[in-house]
Write a protein that binds this ligand. Sequence first.
Ligand code: PEP
Ligand code: MN
Length: 332
Amino acid sequence: MIIHLNKNISKTVAKEIAQKYEAVELFTEDKTILITPHSVKKVDEKYLDHIERSWVFDNDMQLASKKYSSEIREIQIGKFSIGGKSNNTLLTIGPCGVESKEQITQTAELIKECGLHTIRAGAFKPRTSPYSYQGMGIEGLKLLAEIRDKYNFSLITEVRDSTHIDAVIDYADVIQIGAKSMYDHGILRRCGKTKKPILLKRGFGSTIQEFVQAAEFILSGGNENVILCERGIRTFETKSRFTLDLCGVAYLKEYTNLPIVLDPSHAMGYSYGVPDLARACMAMDVEGLLIEVHPEPKVAKSDASQQLNHDEFRKLFNTLKPIAKAINKTII
Ligand code: PEP
Ligand code: MN
């Protein structure tokens, strides 16, 4: 249950209600909100005078639910916003990892040439092997911030663990939580304490319910700016790296109020399939697309097989434009 308490309620009564129903307390600028487990369906009559409004749910997708707030949340990224009344589709491109100044400058030039405004790359890479490329770390983060400032872009970069989370929150404009970190409650709770937008990727072994509940950790911590990113789940199929769950996306669009970014690159795992998938993603009418590009994918230090080279991206970009137009979207 979500309970909006009356503005003039005493702190003692608010605490009493929160404790009785084991609620998470969320303090916004003008009100106190209690979020109980969904099994609570009503409160004792003696508290009714203290309650402005309440909502009942049949599962723990609560703050993220359309039942609570029917409009997709509007999230500001630099000078643009996605969701809300905007009809923008964020197209965020960049390499899997930042590798050198030369590489990331080439990426920035491509973004500028295409009239886009966001750069994405990881400096702290969460790899499945300790022996593969782990990213440039803090030096990479500084380099990304330097390029972001020079080109006046917004920067999306990922946090891998709690050792550098404050630095990533400081430098990034959008903080990406990777698929492997979706269950890291230290990261989720810390991201609830900033106001910067969070791009939360779906764990590849997670249900939609678990995915949205991970978002609820951030939302109930006090950060309203959460974007969900579907990037493929593991199925019995091995011909592609993962399986992009577009049915799950249809569900998220119907039942949640969170903007959605689709990532065909990590789902497919092979560059040959990315353009077709990206067009399908654009046609899904979501708030954004994330596509990995690299000036020279063959020598990329991570995710080499799935990154588009710049010419491949230019070609794809030209075919995304009419699809965006057909669904009344502006690519930003
Ligand atoms: C990435 O975006 O480069 C990345 C590591 O993605 P994921 O967490 O989805 O694997
Ligand atoms: Mn990657």
